[in-house]
Design a protein around this ligand. Structure first.
Ligand code: ATP
Ligand code: MG
Length: 167
């Protein structure tokens, strides 16, 4: 289905804003920042599956960064792609582990990860969903500074004649 990705991304982030809000401890509330293009971008995808991908990336950003950290989300278009990114100010990922984090059951720090909970499947499933859409999912990270996860999806801008009814 053709989905307005600005709306979908905003919807997911609004839900996280509500869940994360700590009225008694504002300094401990994650700050979700949004830098979105004002243009509406329509992408062909399955809303439920893609929402699951965004949930996974947001849950990781929260799980692997300190309370009150900033999570910066971006949405923009390039010539033939839509790019979504989610950046945290967390633990980061050692360079040698980055190529493996999308493998099933791979977790960087076994002890820490076990304590954090989870199965190590989130990124593997997310990559499958994104690649089924002919897109890419990848990470950039600096240990001790934070991580950014990027999703690129194929995108064809709507032609003028698609936007208007001929009468
Ligand atoms: P779950 O199945 O619940 O998602 P998980 O979060 O451990 O478990 P993945 O989401 O697949 O599994 O992530 C794999 C590993 O990559 C994590 O265990 C963690 O070590 C590392 N990782 C993922 N996202 C981040 C992040 N934003 N910052 C630091 N490390 C991360
Ligand atoms: Mg995860």
């Amino acid at each position: 289905e053709l989905v307005n990705i600005n709306e979908l991304f905003n919807y997911v982030l609004n839900r996280f804003d509500m869940i994360l809000k700590k009225d008694d401890h504002p300094e401990k509330t994650y700050k979700i920042k949004r830098y979105f293009t004002k243009r509406d971008l329509w992408v062909d995808l399955d809303t439920d599956r893609f929402t699951q991908v965004l949930d996974n990336l947001m849950n990781n950003a929260i799980k692997y960064s300190p309370d009150g950290g900033a999570i910066t989300c971006r949405l923009y278009e390039t010539r033939n792609k839509v790019i979504l990114s989610i950046s945290d100010q967390g633990l980061g990922i050692p360079r040698k582990d980055i190529p493996h984090i999308f493998d099933r059951f791979y977790r960087v720090d076994k002890a820490r990860s076990r304590q954090q909970g989870g199965s190590g499947l989130g990124l593997a499933i997310s990559k499958e969903v994104v690649e089924a859409l002919h897109g890419q999912l990848w990470a950039e990270s600096v240990e001790g500074k934070g991580s950014t996860f990027y999703i690129a999806l194929p995108y064809e801008p709507l032609e003028e004649e698609d936007l208007w009814d001929e009468v």
